[in-house]
Design a protein around this ligand. Structure first.
Ligand SMILES: NC(=O)C1=CN([C@@H]2O[C@H](COP(=O)(O)OP(=O)(O)OC[C@H]3O[C@@H](n4cnc5c(N)ncnc54)[C@H](OP(=O)(O)O)[C@@H]3O)[C@@H](O)[C@H]2O)C=CC1
Ligand SMILES: O=C(O)C1=N[C@H](C(=O)O)C[C@H](O)C1
Length: 258
């Protein structure tokens, strides 16, 4: 019989944290050993519980500090919380490389940061990146519950960045846009891609990618109607993180999609 993977959940009392604790408790081969929330010390909690993997669904303001604490504590990290930038990801990659240089071969720590663990969202992002080079225009609309604290969503930022990279690779220039006045109505600019954020009671997490050419349009849409939609991706990352030392950004890398 193989040992169960001991898992801590950070942000355990939150919307995602609570759903994740329930998923871990009922998952084969996993054991929930710590529920960590505001006021708890992350390092102490993971050390005392013996956690091997910690899942972070806290808030943008604290998630990077949590990941550094987990690396120092020798714990793999699976991160769903948003708020990441190129700079904060680079700091984590460097920290992980330092820590792993001092660990035995094959026992490096992994950090998986996934802007979205939902399969429909991961596929929508992949399809959008694939399609982007063929269209003159592309805009992203993300729609969420009104309790969300950040905008645009991490998923929309990741999507826009992927579209922008695909356009750059294809040698496409800026998108057509004659706007002179009223830029505040044109959404956020993420790498030259316009991103619009809707907050509406009743919604959970949704994204629409609009791609346009003269005389035609492609719309890619995904809907998470329930937070359980994120759980298969979270559990996959928990089971796989130890096989991916260093920093991995995006669930697509664990799904053989990238
Ligand atoms: N990657 C993905 O697939 C998904 C990512 N998300 C992201 O996950 C994050 C959490 O979302 P959601 O669950 O809706 O938010 P919630 O606000 O419901 O949950 C966040 C939890 O973290 C707690 N918290 C705050 N500070 C700390 C701290 N220092 N240490 C430990 N816990 C802390 C909060 O406590 P308190 O409320 O008392 O401050 C709260 O219980 C967001 O960034 C969201 O965008 C959400 C869905 C899917
Ligand atoms: O806050 C949320 O709810 C979600 N956050 C993530 C994001 O910002 O992309 C993932 C999903 O959209 C739900």
């Amino acid at each position: 019989m193989t040992d169960k993977i001991r898992v801590a959940v950070l942000g355990a009392a939150g919307r995602m944290g609570a759903t994740t604790c329930a998923a871990v408790e009922s998952a084969e081969g996993l054991e929930l050993v710590a529920r960590v929330d505001v006021g708890d010390d992350v390092a102490t909690a993971v050390r005392e519980s013996g956690a091997q993997v910690a899942i972070d669904f806290t808030i943008p303001a604290v998630t990077e500090a949590n990941v550094h604490a987990l690396l120092d504590a020798g714990v793999h990290a699976v991160v769903g919380a948003t708020g990441w930038t190129d700079e904060s990801r680079a700091r984590v990659a460097e920290h992980a490389a330092q820590v792993n240089a001092g660990r035995p071969q094959g026992q490096g720590l992994g950090v998986v940061i996934a802007p979205n663990f939902g399969l429909s969202a991961v596929l929508a992002m992949q399809f959008a990146a694939k399609a982007a080079r063929y269209f003159e225009s592309a805009e992203v609309v993300e729609l969420h519950h009104p309790n969300k604290v950040d905008a645009p969503s991490g998923t929309a930022r990741h999507t826009a960045a992927a579209i922008a990279a695909a356009r750059r690779d294809a040698g496409l220039g800026p998108m057509p846009d004659a706007t002179e006045d009223g830029w505040e109505a044109r959404g956020a600019d993420v790498d030259g891609v316009r991103v619009h954020a809707v907050r509406l009671r009743g919604l959970v997490a949704h994204e629409e990618i609009l791609l346009g050419n003269p005389g035609e349009q492609l719309v890619i849409r995904q809907d998470s109607f329930d937070r359980v939609s994120f759980m298969p991706g979270v559990l996959l990352a928990v089971r796989e993180v130890a096989n991916h030392p260093g920093l991995t950004v995006g669930l697509e890398h664990l799904l053989d999609l990238a």
